[in-house]
Ligand binder design. Structure first.
Ligand code: ADP
Ligand code: MG
Ligand code: ZN
Length: 480
């Protein structure tokens, strides 16, 4: 039986976080518009004679993304008209970039299959404009032009990915970069970031590019993964039964879990691209590009490597902490306030802290970094036990209190005083002669049970390490 290999290329559309639209001064914030069709003007509704002007901020943000994706910036790039008719496209064409995009020939390293890294080539990054929104009612549709003309960036990869996992990692990393750069919120439920997966399959070992399908408007990572997997299997079945895959544009029916045919895929020439006559070419100087370069922050990959080498974290710990810029910054702020090691802090943040964050659905900084540092230090220096630390943390999330105060109020301070622990141990031993007998007869796992009894009797205040040590001694002393 022929073994098949998927070939995947992704197109990612992300709106840019600018104040105004791409070619007019209307507000781009359609999400907060109180009514449909109020952030509109002759330009973004396509009235005859209206003239577009390019949004400077959008150009800067696009160049920033290009640089972050290791692209070269085209110092001379141009706008083009992509002609097609659809009710959400008021001009009958979309202003985009075609022959000369703002950035091209970049790359990004992704996780190919859990083990190997893969360098995915980024073919191009170009500027375009979003369409209006259609609201489909039963027998008609309503069009809202508030979104028409919002700056949109398209990032196109080469067909370099061979696994769904790689495609997911690529998409995840692009989203993280866009968020790090502050150019897109990554809020996929709101549709500000959308994926399109281009998929073909071929026999393993072959290097041909076979007919591909393109799955449009995937609005979540889950949809991207499910749709790609479904499409790969669908195409393999077609080849296995001797058929041919048709080049088409597909939709994804999330409820049914199937791709659906929308139309046969148009080729570039169907769009009658031609240079946009109403906009001059963009001429970017070296000095201008250098000024953008300086704005590049430390990106997730670099931050991850630094966390691994400076803080001795494992790659997966580092990746988790750098997944969100706010979380990474928070982690470093806690480090700056704490005496505990970064490794210990990482364990707390990745574990208990994140669990609380997710449960309560709040942001990292809802607990001041300084307070978290204080709490972790109290566990490290054994003022309180690890379990008490968890209790305090939950309380801090709930009431926002100071950790030392909570420890006092709840009487959680750990006792390392030997006589206090000895007293508790003596009582437990006196009360459980038959358990002692079993222990002496060889059931050594009972040691943990004895230690647990002390923890219970002291409400968790006895230092567990010291307890274990003293308990062991006590048990030996009673051996006849
Ligand atoms: P366009 O959509 O402008 O016609 P292409 O067809 O060259 O441009 O590529 C669009 C996307 O499809 C790119 O992300 C590219 O990597 C991907 N792609 C192109 N050919 C294939 C293929 N045979 N299999 C999978 N993906 C492909
Ligand atoms: Mg396309
Ligand atoms: Zn407008």
């Amino acid at each position: 039986m022929t073994q098949y290999e998927p070939v995947i290329g992704l197109e990612i559309h992300g709106e840019l976080l600018t104040n105004s639209k791409m070619f007019c001064s209307c507000s781009a914030d359609y999400g907060s518009a109180p009514e449909p069709n109020i952030n509109i003007c002759p330009t973004c509704t396509g009235l005859p004679g209206a003239m577009p002007t390019a949004n400077k901020k959008a150009i800067e943000l696009s160049a920033l993304v290009g640089l972050a994706l290791n692209c070269s910036i085209n110092k001379h790039n141009t706008f083009a008209r992509k002609n097609y008719y659809y009710p959400d496209l008021p001009k009958g064409y979309q202003i985009s970039q075609y022959e000369l995009p703002i950035a091209e020939k970049g790359w990004m390293d992704v996780n190919a299959d859990g083990e190997n890294q893969l360098r995915v080539r980024v073919r191009r990054v170009h500027i375009e404009e979003d369409t209006a929104k259609l609201n489909h009612e039963k027998n008609y549709a309503l069009v809202d032009f508030n979104r028409a003309g919002v700056p949109l960036l398209e990032i196109v990869s080469e067909p370099d990915m061979r696994t769904v996992e790689a495609a997911l990692d690529y998409a995840t990393k692009i989203r993280a970069i866009l968020r790090y750069l502050g150019v897109n919120s990554g809020d996929m439920e709101k549709g500000v970031l959308r994926f399109e997966a281009n998929i073909s399959v071929r026999p393993v070992g072959s290097s041909e590019l076979r007919k591909r399908t393109e799955i449009k408007n995937l609005n979540s990572f889950r949809a991207l993964a499910r749709a790609s997997q479904y499409e790969i299997e669908r195409q393999i079945k077609i080849y296995e039964s001797g058929g041919e895959v048709l080049q088409e544009t597909l939709g994804w029916d999330d409820a049914r879990g199937v791709t659906t045919s929308q139309r046969s895929k148009e080729d570039a020439h169907d769009y009658r691209y031609f240079p946009e006559p109403d906009l001059p070419p963009l001429k970017l100087s070296d000095a201008w590009i250098d000024a953008i370069k300086i704005q590049l922050p430390e990106l997730p990959e670099a931050k991850t490597s630094r966390f691994i080498s400076d803080f001795e974290l494992t790659p997966s710990e580092a990746r988790l902490l750098t997944s969100e810029l706010s979380l990474a910054n928070y982690f470093e702020e806690v480090i700056s306030h704490a005496k505990s090691s970064p490794k210990i802090i990482s364990t707390w943040i990745a574990g208990e802290f994140m669990r609380n964050l997710n449960e309560l659905n709040v942001e990292a900084d809802s607990i001041p970094a300084k307070s978290l540092a204080q709490l972790i230090d109290m566990v490290t220096d054994k003022t309180i036990s690890g379990n008490a630390g968890k209790t305090v943390l939950t309380e801090m999330f709930k009431s926002g209190g100071d950790p030392a105060e909570i420890v006092k109020q709840k009487n959680l301070a750990q006792v390392s005083d030997e006589s206090f622990i000895q007293e508790a141990i003596a009582k437990i031993l006196d009360d459980n002669p038959s358990e002692i007998e079993k222990y002496h007869a060889g059931k050594e796992t009972l040691l943990q049970w004895f230690v647990g009894q002390v923890a219970r009797a002291t409400k968790g205040k006895a230092d567990p390490v010291l307890t274990k040590e003293l308990m062991l001694k006590g048990l030996e002393e009673r051996r006849k």
